[in-house]
Design a protein around this ligand. Structure first.
Ligand SMILES: Nc1ncnc2c1ncn2[C@@H]1O[C@H](COP(=O)(O)OP(=O)(O)OP(=O)(O)O)[C@@H](O)[C@H]1O
Ligand SMILES: [Mg+2]
Length: 303
């Protein structure tokens, strides 16, 4: 086949790619795209990757695992109190880039990060920076709920205790209750705060992890596919929560669900093989994407 889309599809097969083989009848006609446009230039992102007065100012970010480069010269601002969604095919670097924002890659020995990454104008990678404090400011919720094998109460109280946020038991009780309320879980668990968190349903566990993340009053919450292990009802609850949280937090969410990105985010960033191809208002990305690769992805031609 000589169509552009088939060329792209063939190039996109990541080792764990779940993409369906593109057959002739599934290929949508690409009328305006030219093959040369699919050659990605490092550091070039179409759309609106920058913001005034950003929460994160990220410039020329490159990430290597050993000799392999996973992130290729990405520059992006994350605006204050926005919800930005990271989308793109499996293996394109979404989680790697997300983890740079609170130094979660530090624990991976082979991982090296280059470039300038600023949080409120301060270098995230400053050798003098307290990483525990950074992660209190920039919390994280993972794909698989990971409650500690402790009680519901102790899970939420964990961060405030470490950071000395409550002097009295009643203060800690208030933080636990407020965090569980914000996470939409209070009514379900208020009578069993001493029960083991691991005995909760998956959706409850994920909301507990969100409560645990917000118990230390973070400024930013990073979420890496927070709903991928949840049913549609639990997913809807978490999405509602993200929308509520967006009033007070900056949220960066990685998702494979384009409907989810469309529902919860203000801007969407499309990643592709370590490049940041396009950043635009979410409505634009899903209606009139600027880059042909974004269009191919959102129309299901690969990924
Ligand atoms: N700990 C690691 N060690 C070595 N290589 C890694 C590591 N983590 C990720 N990579 C590689 O970096 C690249 C980007 O991976 P990453 O997990 O960031 O992609 P992703 O977009 O989050 O994918 P997915 O949608 O499947 O979660 C891939 O080639 C992956 O194999
Ligand atoms: Mg990932």
């Amino acid at each position: 086949m000589s169509t552009v889309s088939s060329t792209i599809t063939n190039k996109m097969q990541a080792p764990d790619d779940k993409a369906m083989p593109v057959t002739e009848d599934k290929v949508m006609p690409v009328t305006e795209a030219k093959p040369e446009q699919t050659v990605l230039e490092e550091g070039v992102t179409v759309g609106t990757p920058f913001a005034d007065d950003p929460k994160f100012k990220l410039r020329d970010v490159e990430v290597f695992y050993g000799e392999t480069q996973a992130i290729k010269n990405i520059s992006l601002d994350v605006a204050r109190n926005e919800v930005i969604a990271f989308i793109g095919p499996s293996g394109c670097g979404k989680s790697t880039f997300l983890r740079c924002l609170n130094r979660m890659n530090d624990s991976i020995d082979s991982c090296r990060i280059k470039g300038s990454l600023l949080l409120d104008g301060q270098n995230i990678y400053d050798s003098k920076r307290d990483v525990v404090e950074l992660r209190a400011r920039v919390g994280m919720v993972f794909q698989k709920p990971n409650p500690f094998p402790k009680s519901i109460y102790d899970n939420v109280a964990y961060g405030p205790r470490i950071h000395g946020l409550a002097n009295r038991k009643s203060d800690l009780d208030d933080i636990v209750e407020n965090s569980l309320r914000k996470a939409g879980l209070w009514n379900e668990v208020k009578d069993r705060l001493d029960a083991m968190a691991t005995g909760m349903s998956g959706g409850q566990q994920q909301r507990l992890c969100i409560a645990r993340a917000i118990a230390v009053s973070p400024e930013v919450v990073l979420m890496d596919e927070p709903c991928s292990a949840l049913d549609p009802i639990a997913t809807a609850r978490i999405e509602e929560l993200i929308t509520e949280m967006s009033e007070s937090y900056t949220i960066v969410i990685v998702t494979h669900s384009m409907q989810q990105a469309a529902r919860v985010s203000n801007r969407t960033a499309y990643f592709h093989m370590g490049h940041l191809v396009e950043v635009n208002d979410t409505s634009k990305v899903f209606t009139t994407p600027e880059h042909e690769l974004t269009e191919s992805y959102i129309t299901g031609r690969f990924g």
